[in-house]
Design a protein around this ligand. Structure first.
Ligand code: SAM
Length: 217
């Protein structure tokens, strides 16, 4: 049995995405996977999001709220969204930051109004969606961002060496083993974002930032 099976619940009636129900196991897995560097990587992601005091931030596929809470330390308010009510229960239980709230929701069909957030972030979420929903989700992220608002995506960067990749596949499944991170930037550009930047955080994370143009052509 793969480790992923201990954390995932599938299918979820609200989405074709692969949801996580066992938040505690997920956090233990995260701590092991990042080898003590999870906090540092996620604090850096919060910085890279460009969120500032006064900003309204949306964290999509928030899981247990690990990124949500770090975003809360740099922004005014953060809403963490996830289809899994079970994982949100843990997020609410372990969150003490008063400016974090959580709600059930799916990336491919956001209920938020157009232009309603200054920053939209997500980490390790896109590879949980079937490939055909990823572009839809990115267009939804653009829709709910205000013009000039900022997108931050963190995704799993599979190991370059084949043995490491196979090990990731054996532990977690094909979505992480074959995560097509080289497609992130073109997909984000095709979804109407500009000023795209990207880089690697160690271990495992490829990040991309982008801006919703003031006027969309
Ligand atoms: C690997 S976890 C990442 C959690 C958190 N962002 C982090 O970095 O620790 C992926 C999350 O995406 C959620 N997810 C699955 N399908 C989704 C969808 N359609 N929309 C939004 N989130 C989804 C899962 O329930 C899970 O909590």
């Amino acid at each position: 049995m793969r480790l992923g099976h201990l954390m995932h619940h599938n299918p979820n009636p609200g989405t074709a995405g692969l949801t996580i129900d066992h938040g505690r196991s997920y956090d233990v897995f995260g701590a092991v996977l990042f080898g003590g560097r999870r906090g540092r990587v996620y604090r850096r992601l919060a910085e890279l999001s460009g969120a500032r005091p006064g900003d309204r931030v949306l964290d999509i596929g928030c899981g247990t709220g690990y990124l949500t809470r770090r975003l809360a330390s740099v922004a005014a308010t953060v809403v963490g969204l996830d289809p899994s009510a079970a994982v949100l229960e843990r997020a609410r239980r372990i969150t003490v930051e008063p400016n974090c709230t959580y709600a059930v929701g799916v990336a491919e069909s956001l209920t938020a109004e157009d232009d309603s957030f200054d920053v939209v972030a997500n980490c390790l979420m896109l590879h949980h969606l079937p490939e055909d929903l990823r572009a839809t989700a990115l267009r939804e992220m653009r829709r709910v961002l205000r013009p000039g608002g900022r997108l931050l995506i963190g995704e799993f960067r599979p190991p370059a060496n084949p043995i490491g990749r196979h090990l990731v596949g054996a532990l977690t499944g094909p979505a992480m083993e074959h995560n097509p991170i080289h497609l992130l930037e073109p997909m984000i550009a095709d979804s109407g974002f500009g000023q795209i930047t990207s880089g690697d955080l160690h271990p495992w994370i490829r990040y991309v930032t982008a801006i919703k143009p003031d006027t969309v052509g």
